[in-house]
Design a protein around this ligand. Structure first.
Ligand SMILES: O=C(O)CCC(=O)C(=O)O
Ligand SMILES: [Fe+2]
Length: 307
């Protein structure tokens, strides 16, 4: 069993209604689905894979060898312990935003990743519009909620996390990335074609998000859960490491601005009693999330309700 695979191009065909229904099902029942024919050119995706892999080799690999997880695993093995390391991730991360410093190697990295970010942001906005429609919200409702006002500090956050999960000599002793739900809005993940590892918690079981060449995995974060008044739940997921293959994953996050106010959409609240979530400012939520990322989300909603 795998997560739903949906042909996004069929939204523009006579199969629009079925496609909307498939996406609604993906959001309501799974929290995760994969899009094929999503509109990002395959030729660009091929370049993204190449520059990311090259960047890892040129700028990151030697740093990872000196990183905390590697040291912690070595210490553990030297002490002859087999206790799992519960509070570390076997992951190399580069974060790309509009206003931070990016890797300079290979020289095509910046240009290629800027182009990718433009394309994936367009896809994020299309996906949000489909969610507006499926939820019965006015077109643009989610985007407008994420962007409050014209100043840059009121603009939605858009970040891209380029990760590698290198092979681990003792994969049973570590997580690639500990289980969590995502804090924000919609996440668009371009994962490795071959090396798997991402799993979601579905009906009490961890299931694999099957690698599918050049597809984009979509999932929804805690803010979409709040805005949809619980109709679209953010789902627990984790990354397991393996002893072979360096898994690449490129996750792009379209999140509310830190100044945005988030609350269940009034149209989705039948009466006061069915209001399942508080109203809060996203920046306050993030200040709780950074301390509680790997814990259940409910106490985060409670904490922010009283702020
Ligand atoms: O690397 C992945 O496949 C998932 C990454 C992820 O869940 C995250 O960065 O929040
Ligand atoms: Fe995540």
């Amino acid at each position: 069993m795998g997560i739903p695979v949906i042909d996004f191009s069929k939204l523009d065909s006579n199969e629009r209604a079925e496609t909307l229904a498939q996406i609604a099902n993906g959001c309501e029942e799974w929290g995760f689905f994969q899009l094929v024919n999503h509109g990002i050119p395959v030729e660009l995706l091929e370049r993204v894979k190449k520059v990311s892999t090259d960047c890892y080799k040129l700028e990151r690999e030697h740093k990872f060898k000196d990183s905390a997880p590697v040291k912690m695993l070595n210490d553990l093995l030297e002490g002859n312990s087999n206790d799992k390391l519960e509070d570390v991730d076997w992951e190399d991360v580069v974060v790309l935003q509009d206003d931070n410093e990016w890797p300079s190697q290979p020289f095509t990295f910046k240009e290629t990743m800027s182009e990718y970010r433009r394309e994936v942001k367009k896809l994020a906005l299309k996906v949000l519009e489909v969610m507006d429609e499926n939820l019965g919200l006015s077109r643009g409702y989610l985007k407008e909620t994420f962007n409050r006002g014209k100043e840059s500090e009121h603009e939605a956050f858009f970040g891209t996390k380029v990760s590698h999960y290198p092979p681990c000599p003792r994969p049973e002793l570590l997580n690639g990335l500990r289980a969590h739900t995502d804090a924000g809005g919609v996440i668009l993940l371009f994962q490795d074609d071959k090396v798997g590892g991402l799993q979601i918690l579905k009906d009490g079981h961890w299931i694999d998000v099957q690698p599918l060449e050049n597809s984009i995995v979509i999932n929804t974060g805690d803010q979409i859960e709040v805005l949809s008044n619980g109709k679209y739940k953010s789902v627990w997921h984790r990354v397991c490491v393996g002893s072979e293959g360096n898994r690449r994953s490129i996750a792009s996050f379209y999140n509310p601005s830190l100044k945005a106010t988030v609350a269940p959409a009034p149209q989705l609240v039948a009466e006061e009693a069915s209001l399942g979530y508080p109203k809060f400012v996203f920046g306050d939520y993030m200040s709780v999330y950074v301390k509680q990322k790997y814990l259940p989300k409910e106490p985060r909603f409670e904490a922010v309700a009283t702020m």
